[in-house]
Design a protein around this ligand. Structure first.
Ligand SMILES: Cc1cc2nc3c(=O)[nH]c(=O)nc-3n(C[C@H](O)[C@H](O)[C@H](O)COP(=O)(O)O)c2cc1C
Length: 352
């Protein structure tokens, strides 16, 4: 997919990039963020040296996510990508998050004026934007580098979030049980099942959003302890066949909960930025992540996790990290379809 041509900064002989090209590069990078059920709940407006990221409530999960928490986490992840895109061009993003209380869906405004050379780690993170994929299943039984884990925790703090590693077996088992309980409860909720089905296109679909059958295994893999996966196929045997025919449980990987001190839209956007920083940093080490938000969509289970496992801070996402050979393929809407000029008309951008 030729979705992310990297304009190589001011090219010799070609002059600096036009604002329109910069905005196009930012949007083309941002859309590759993870989002709940791949709803891609965002759109962009651009003009001059400025691009804004907006949440698209038309894509909010009204049943699973009535407060828009997961929608804003998804937008936060897109914001991290957008900032990284500006850094990849050597621009310093001047970012205001939720800049206008009168426009709660205006997630962020970014301006670019000043330059600083792109750091090596920024370029490495940028290089993972297209490669990173959500994993659904178990991991190889290999320990992760303590340096990576410390780096992930420091990165989350930088975004005003906290990555809590749940390493005690008993606590992992409690968290796994909460995921499983939530998964069972959600499968009994017909409105939830209908909503999930509307974001799980069948094989052969040409849709550019939702979770395609190429993104999850046909036979859910068991992990120890077992972290139940979302039932995207709803018993229809969609999904990819696993590379390993073994049915032995695999490692659950390093189990973490991403938390924030508060639970308002700014905390959700911060959590999204922290999430994407952690996912891209992990990817630079060849480490993939499986995400579980099922128990955080049930108020009582979320409260249980908050009190029992998170010292009272607010759980925003459950992650498992590990090494694995990945084959998942995801999809995105074209950047052009989510990009508007500040006046409101569609910005036509080339895809390179
Ligand atoms: C807030 C949020 C919640 C998510 N929850 C889950 C989840 O419960 N189960 C899951 O398999 N994936 C979950 N995901 C991952 C998305 O399904 C995934 O990002 C999307 O399908 C796009 O695929 P990609 O990450 O491989 O690009 C979540 C992502 C976000 C941002």
């Amino acid at each position: 997919m030729n979705v992310l041509p990297l304009p190589a900064g001011p090219l010799p002989g070609l002059g600096p990039l036009a604002d329109r090209e910069i905005a196009a590069h930012v949007a083309a990078t941002a859309v590759w963020a993870p989002s709940v059920h791949n709803t891609q709940p965002w759109w962009f407006s651009a003009g001059g040296h400025e691009i804004s990221l907006h949440a698209d409530v038309g894509r909010q999960l009204m049943v699973a996510d009535p407060r828009g928490r997961e929608m804003m986490i998804s937008c936060g992840a897109a914001l991290f990508n957008a900032r990284l895109a500006l850094r990849s061009l050597g621009y310093i993003p001047e970012t205001s998050v939720l800049p206008d209380p009168g426009q709660p869906l205006l997630v962020a405004r970014m301006r670019w004026h000043h330059h600083a050379p792109t750091a090596g780690f920024e370029q490495r993170l940028f290089n993972q934007v297209l490669r990173r994929r959500t994993h659904r299943g178990g991991f190889d039984p290999l320990p992760l580098s303590p340096r990576l884990l410390a780096g992930l925790q420091a990165g989350a703090e930088h975004d005003r979030a906290m990555l809590r590693i749940i390493d005690a077996e008993g606590r992992q088992a409690v968290l796994a049980a909460a995921v499983e309980t939530a998964e069972h409860a959600l499968r009994l909720d017909s409105a939830y099942v209908r909503e999930l089905a509307s974001w799980a296109p069948p094989p052969g679909s040409t849709r550019c959003d939702g979770v395609p059958h190429t993104a999850y295994p046909a036979r859910p893999e068991r992990t120890r302890p077992h972290f139940a996966s979302r039932d995207f196929a709803h018993g229809r045997r969609w999904g990819t066949s696993l590379s390993s025919p073994s049915t032995a449980p695999r490692s659950a990987g390093v189990v973490c909960v991403l938390t924030t001190a508060g639970d308002c839209p700014l905390d959700w956007v911060n959590a999204g930025q922290a999430l994407q920083r952690a996912l891209l940093t992990s990817a630079t080490y060849g480490v993939a992540a499986a995400l579980h938000s099922q128990p955080l969509e049930r108020a009582r289970l979320r409260e249980f996790i908050r009190i029992q496992l998170c010292d009272g801070s607010y759980p925003q996402l459950v992650l498992r990290l590990g090494t694995v050979t990945q084959a998942a393929v995801s999809v995105r809407r074209s950047p052009a379809s989510v990009m508007f000029a500040n006046g409101g008309e569609h910005l036509s951008i080339s895809h390179g």
